[in-house]
Design a protein around this ligand. Structure first.
Ligand code: F6R
Length: 261
């Protein structure tokens, strides 16, 4: 696991875009894994700028969202599909038809989860997966107690996550759905490269637990310790509780010139 501590969100945005661009340079038809929420926005803006300047093209890429709320009416502006369209898909040159999200309008939700797993497998798996982390340690919507080998399924959001996400619903926790469909931790660990991003002091304990704590369903993000290629991009505040902060800084500054992400 590579832990990279950067000064601010803008630097994190550039580093996250670099990590994705490296994959697209190697394979212009790379399969991208997209996270929603506020953390990846700087990365999406940076990618959009690079596409706008003609330095990068995502035209041949395909993409899969991590998760989606259950129970929002179709087209709701805070559905994760609407958010990713607004914040990313509409700003780059990826084909919207090649961006897939779990079908939470399906009457057979378990069937829709299985179909989603099959679609990821049929695409050859995810090359680079962006991840945020919840203040309670969730990745995607795998809340504490999630099986570390879980696949795409329906989950119940914790009150903490619903409180955290109420800011997207006018501050009204009752407007935040209780259920979601989320890729499982096993699904996420199948991606070839995981790029987890965390910003701000509210994420500091989750970051400490995921990087330095025991692997435990109590902090689902700690499952990333079992993956061979993980990049953790942090601002100073999110890195604040890391015990080995100085070692991570020294390692990053001393990287060999040919070592990318
Ligand atoms: C979103 C997702 C979640 C968020 C997490 C952090 O697709 O999978 O795990 O990454 O809740 O959200 P923000 O970035 O809004 O703090």
């Amino acid at each position: 696991m590579e832990v990279v501590i950067l000064e601010d969100e803008a630097q994190v945005g550039r580093a996250g875009a670099d990590a994705i661009a490296e994959h697209v340079r190697r394979d212009p038809a790379a399969v991208l894994g997209l996270a929603t929420g506020s953390t990846p926005l700087a990365i999406y803006r940076e990618l959009a700028d690079r596409v706008g300047r003609g330095e990068l093209s995502l035209a041949r890429c395909r993409a899969f969202l991590l998760d989606e709320y259950v129970g929002l009416p179709p087209g709701h502006p805070e559905s994760y599909r609407a958010v990713i369209d607004r914040e990313f898909v509409d700003l780059v040159d990826i084909d919207p038809a090649h961006v897939l999200s779990p079908d939470c309008g399906a009457t057979d939700l378990p069937g829709a989860c299985a179909t989603y797993e099959q679609a990821i497998a049929a695409a050859g798996g995810v090359d680079v997966q962006l991840l945020g982390v919840g203040s309670d340690g969730h990745i995607a919507f795998n809340e504490p107690g999630s099986s570390l080998v879980s696949r795409t399924r329906v989950k119940t959001l914790t009150p903490q996550t619903r409180r955290d996400n109420a800011r997207f619903f006018g501050g009204d926790i009752d407007a935040v759905p209780r259920h979601c469909v989320t890729q499982g931790i096993g699904t996420i660990l199948d991606a070839r490269h995981l790029v987890l991003v965390a910003l701000g002091p509210a994420k500091a304990e989750a970051v400490h637990q995921l990087v330095e704590g025991p692997v435990s369903a109590r902090w689902p993000a700690s499952a990333l310790q079992m993956h061979a290629h993980v990049t953790v991009l942090l601002d100073e505040a999110a890195a604040d509780r890391l015990h080995l902060k100085n070692y991570y800084r020294e390692t990053y500054l001393g990287k060999l010139s040919w070592q990318g992400f």
